[in-house]
Design a protein around this ligand. Structure first.
Ligand SMILES: N=c1c2ncn([C@@H]3O[C@H](COP(=O)(O)OP(=O)(O)OP(=O)(O)O)[C@@H](O)[C@H]3O)c2ncn1[C@@H]1O[C@H](COP(=O)(O)O)[C@@H](O)[C@H]1O
Length: 107
């Protein structure tokens, strides 16, 4: 089960998708289409990287919140949920990243 703020945000985003783009950022971004939502995730990821390179801890937290929020907007657009991400992490628990990479088929 997702953290309570993630659950509330998923519900808010589902509702705000149908609001007026004049009064809702979620509705405005959704109306611009999937590619724009995905582009925002790239932008927020880059802003997180920039904050990290500046050793700006509060900046990394703030940009990470933007990143998670925009991921949730994308998930809503694609019918996905945060619980699916945590299920994927659960499934990976205990598998070393080094071992997993070594087990991939050779290209
Ligand atoms: N958590 C957030 C949240 N985080 C970030 N943002 C917005 O995301 C945008 C990202 O900022 P940027 O400067 O990168 O982008 P921008 O220049 O404003 O936008 P673009 O024109 O570039 O797309 C800003 O407008 C932020 O205000 C958010 N907007 C909304 N929420 C949540 O979503 C709820 C519903 O919001 P509305 O849909 O606006 O009612 C709110 O009550 C909040 O709980």
């Amino acid at each position: 089960m997702a953290d309570p703020i993630i659950q509330r945000l998923e519900a808010i985003i589902a509702e705000r998708r149908n609001a007026s783009p004049d009064s809702s950022y979620v509705a405005k971004l959704t109306a611009r289409g999937r590619s724009r939502i995905a582009q925002k995730i790239g932008e927020e990821g880059v802003e997180t990287v920039i904050a990290a390179m500046r050793d700006d801890g509060p900046g990394v937290i703030s940009e990470s919140a933007d990143l998670v929020f925009h991921l949730l907007v994308l998930f809503a657009d694609m019918g996905l949920s945060w619980d699916q991400v945590t299920a994927e992490l659960d499934a990976r628990e205990g598998t070393s990243g080094i071992a997993e990479k070594a087990s991939r088929p050779k290209e």
